[in-house]
Write a protein that binds this ligand. Sequence first.
Ligand code: PLP
Ligand code: ZN
Length: 413
Amino acid sequence: MTSETPESFATELRCIDCGMAAPLGYRLQCSFCGGLLELAYDETALARRGPGVLAGTGLWRYAPVLPIADPAHRVTLGEGRTPLLECPALARHLGVRRLRVKFEGPNPTGTVKDRSSTTAVAAALQFGFTATSVVSSGNAGSSIAAYSARAGLRSLIFAYEKASAPKLLHMAATATDLVIYQGVYDDLITLWDRLVEDRLFFDCGASRNAYKHEGKKTIAYEIAEQMGWRVPDVVVAPVAVGETFIAAHRGFSEMERLGWIARRPLMVAAQATRANAVASAWRENRPLQPLRIGYTVAEGLAAGNPGRKGEWVLRILRETSGVAGDAEDEEILRAQALLARAEGIWAGPTGVAALAVLQRLLAEKAVDPDASICVIVSETGLKTEAPPPSRQGIAFDEESLRRLVRERLGIGG
Ligand SMILES: *Cc1c(COP(=O)(O)O)cnc(C)c1O
Ligand SMILES: [Zn+2]
């Protein structure tokens, strides 16, 4: 094996509830207690090799800590290696010492979903499936369809009728089979989860598949590597079902155990108020209760029933003294405009929900402004739509153009 194709150090699957181990394979739950499974690695070997075991660029640079053994299965569209942006103007505005944004917009389909789609589709190839499927509010659908196309697999994408036009166009262009469904996202997820049992297609949903989940772990590895194997004090991550949050936490914990970083960051879980099952359970210190939810501008966070992954997020928050919060749609849209104006980062509402939640938690003094903070901004603004802004000046010939420019710049004459 050359240094450009690092091996995978994955060893087995392990139940997050009872600890029972299972051999690597396409398994969605513990055969003993029904709990969710997570991947385990040869950490002794990884600790000995150190970060030097990583090679190549992009997401597959982290192949040693991912579960895809054969490099031929590592389907890629150039995901990962997204920028970690210093945001001094935004930090001043928020009154915090140090703020960074991990901006996921530059991924191939514009969202953090590409990190898990690449490992999901790679796993579909690894286990010999010829079709993938997912139920989506738009981002997962376009991402899974794109990676499936890239891998030559059939994709059955169930997309929410209220998905934005850019997302629907993207899905229609990349999916082999696009089905637009009406009604409530959570209901369809429940029905679709039953179909998964028939093994007609590879499960590319967010609720159970450990192989899919694992790709998002790379966001933690990238943040650490981009900071020279240090980490921020606080990482704010969006939570719908919890894949991104759990995977980021898994990544940081793994690096801490391997001795690659000295300590883990404090994790903050960010939700939309209109879909805040996890945040409200955390605040009220009670078990997770599914919510019946309507529309939120943070379309990608519209999960009323985060299920067992939501419980896993709660467990992490409680065991690590983490923090959870939520933000109203209006606050999310204000954060979107602020991020665009202050730093030039154009993100969609789902993507900036974490920033809006950080603003609230700072106001409530639930997050320390002297900490170094990293916000995961999880999607581009180019896949959502809104009414076009009204024209703010008219120029139709050289003279009117000159007058307009001088006026705007405050130059007389
Ligand atoms: C899906 C999604 C999330 C978070 O979803 P999880 O299931 O909690 O990982 C965050 N941001 C964007 C843009 C998404 O599409
Ligand atoms: Zn178990």
